[in-house]
Structures are given as structure tokens and as C-alpha cells.
Write a protein that binds this ligand. Structure first.
Ligand code: C2E
Ligand code: CA
Ligand code: CA
Ligand code: CA
Length: 277
């Protein structure tokens, strides 16, 4: 009994060790990846459904891993957060997104904004506004062309987030509430905060045609945004039926595979910006 118990224990620890080892390895690789320029941004178009005009793009980070190929953010953002690497990575992402959008503007592309996702740690880093101001100055992008995507859970500390959001909006940077409807926060904060846009979470869109309650939730978010004088965008639209429901309910701004997947910068250019030249 003693022996098998010991073996069991050893098996368990070696399993844990293997997991830990892989995490430490990945963290080291991620550190290197940043130095070696293996991170890149894809951009997903945001469309005005009525006339299929592009009204913005969301920057989404990817890791071009030397052996594993193109990795999606959920495989490395959590590690970046745990290890603190997210600060440097977040700075790179912001700077690259702003640099790219300024370049597109300079090349005669449409004057549209770029949305950048902020992680919780980034949002709460001290002097966030100063830091964003510096990146905008360095890259030459005007503040109104940067939209920051944050989630409801980042606003748990109402006083702190009010201060940050007020400062950002005074400076001219817009803040959008991502994954809206999935957090557990009270809605009362919406009255007081300078939020530019609500982004209806994909989880409510997926089963829109099957689920009466999802339809009710989506219609309610759209109408609430209108009453609060906020903009609203729906993400994760994949079908004509989903699009039609949104249009019938006066949600014009759409992001999703139905119009386009996230694309590398050069494909955004050739597909959406070349007609402007
Ligand atoms: P998110 O901010 O909610 O981004 C939307 C995600 O949904 C993206 O996945 C996008 O590719 C995917 N998506 C867009 N349209 C559709 C659709 O029609 N159908 C389906 N099934 N999916 C769609 P991605 O790029 O894998 O990003 C996942 C999450 O990783 C993001 O969710 C965001 O939370 C995080 N993330 C991505 N880039 C960054 C970044 O630069 N910084 C930070 N902190 N987080 C990021
Ligand atoms: Ca987002
Ligand atoms: Ca989202
Ligand atoms: Ca989401």
C-alpha cells in the first residue's frame, strides 16, 4: 500500500512538474519572441452593415512561433499576465497598432480608428494616461483614432476606474466596453462613466436565431446603449440571419467572420484600402 501510494504521489508531482516546466519554457520563449519580433498584429475590420463601409479595425495579437506556427492570444496572453511580461508586450501592441494606423492614414487610407485590447494589469498600471499619451506622440496618431477595449471586470474598483476613464476621455482617447453582458458588475456605473461604445459579446450572438432569451438580451443592450447615448457594436457575426436581426434592431456596427476574419496588415490594405488610392 505504502509503495503504491508513493508511486501515485511521484506520478502526481512529475505531472505537475511537467506542466510547470512547460509553462516556464513557454515564458522563456515568449521573452525571446518579443526580442526576435515574432509577435504580430492581425486586424479585424468593423463594418457599417448598411453600406458595407469599413469604420474601424480591432488589433488582435498573434505569435508566429518558430515550430508551432501562428498561435492565438489565449495560448500566451495568460502566461504574459502571470509573468508580468504583459507590460512590455502591451506596450509593443499599442505602439505597433498606433504606428500602423498612422501609416495607413498617411498613405491615404480612410480616417478610421484602431481598437486595442487592454489587459487588466495594463489598465491599472500607474500613469496609464501619460503612457498612452507618449505612445500617441511617438507614433503621431491623433488620440481620437485610438479606442481602448476594456471589460466590465476591470471596473470593479469604481473610484479608480472613473478617474482613469475620465482622464482618458479628456485627452480624447475613446474607451469601449468589450464582452458586454458577460460581467457581473452592476449597470449603475454606466450612468457615470465616459464609455464610448458597448460591444455585445459573441456569446449572445452565436445562438441568436435559436434562443429567444439571447434575442431579448441583445435587443435590450442595443436599446440601452441608445438611451445612454453610447454607440453599440456586435461581435462574432457569422450568418446573414444574425446580421438581419441586428439590423432590424438598429445595430449598424458589425464585426465578425460574416464580413471578415482578422487579417494581416497587408491584406487589410489590399482588400479595404486600395480602392481609396
Ligand atoms: P476579444 O477581444 O473578444 O476578440 C474577439 C475574438 O473573437 C478574436 O479572437 C476574434 O478573432 C474572434 N472573432 C471575431 N469574429 C468572430 C466570429 O465571427 N466568430 C468567431 N467564432 N470568432 C470571432 P482572438 O484573436 O483569438 O482573440 C481572443 C482574445 O484574446 C480577445 O478576445 C482578447 O480578449 C484577447 N486578445 C487578443 N489580442 C489581444 C491584445 O493585443 N492584448 C490583450 N490584452 N488581449 C488580446
Ligand atoms: Ca476585443
Ligand atoms: Ca470581445
Ligand atoms: Ca469575447
Amino acid at each position: 500500500v505504502k509503495k503504491s501510494g508513493k508511486n501515485g504521489y511521484q506520478f502526481y508531482t512529475s505531472g505537475l512538474n511537467a506542466q510547470l516546466k512547460e509553462k516556464i519554457e513557454l515564458e522563456g520563449e515568449l521573452r525571446k519572441a518579443m526580442k526576435l519580433n515574432e509577435l504580430l498584429l492581425h486586424y479585424q475590420p468593423q463594418m457599417l452593415a448598411l453600406d458595407q463601409r469599413i469604420i474601424g479595425v480591432e488589433a488582435l495579437v498573434r505569435w508566429n512561433h518558430p515550430t508551432k506556427g501562428l498561435l492565438p492570444p489565449n495560448t500566451f496572453i495568460p502566461i504574459a499576465e502571470e509573468s508580468g511580461l504583459i507590460y512590455d508586450m502591451g506596450t509593443w501592441i499599442l505602439r505597433e497598432a498606433c504606428r500602423q494606423m498612422r501609416q495607413w492614414h498617411d498613405a491615404g487610407g480612410p480616417r478610421i480608428p484602431v481598437s486595442v485590447n487592454l489587459s487588466t494589469m495594463q489598465f491599472h498600471q500607474s500613469n496609464l494616461v501619460e503612457y498612452i499619451r507618449k505612445i500617441l506622440e511617438e507614433t503621431g496618431l491623433e488620440p481620437q483614432y485610438l479606442e481602448l477595449e476594456i471589460t466590465e471586470s476591470m471596473m470593479m474598483d469604481a473610484a479608480a476606474s472613473t478617474a482613469i476613464l475620465t482622464e482618458l476621455s479628456t485627452y480624447g482617447v475613446k474607451v469601449n466596453l468589450d464582452d458586454f453582458g458577460t460581467g457581473y458588475s452592476s449597470l449603475s456605473y454606466l450612468k457615470h462613466l465616459p464609455i464610448n461604445k458597448l460591444k455585445i459579446d459573441r456569446s449572445f450572438i452565436t445562438d441568436l436565431t435559436l434562443s429567444e432569451s439571447d434575442r431579448a438580451i441583445v435587443a435590450t443592450i442595443i436599446s440601452m446603449a441608445r438611451h445612454l447615448k453610447m454607440e453599440v457594436i456586435a461581435e462574432g457575426i457569422e450568418t446573414k440571419e444574425q446580421l438581419d436581426f441586428l439590423l432590424d434592431n438598429s445595430c449598424q456596427e458589425i464585426q465578425g467572420y460574416y464580413f471578415s476574419r482578422p487579417l494581416p496588415a497587408n491584406e487589410v490594405e489590399s482588400t479595404y484600402f486600395l480602392p481609396y488610392h
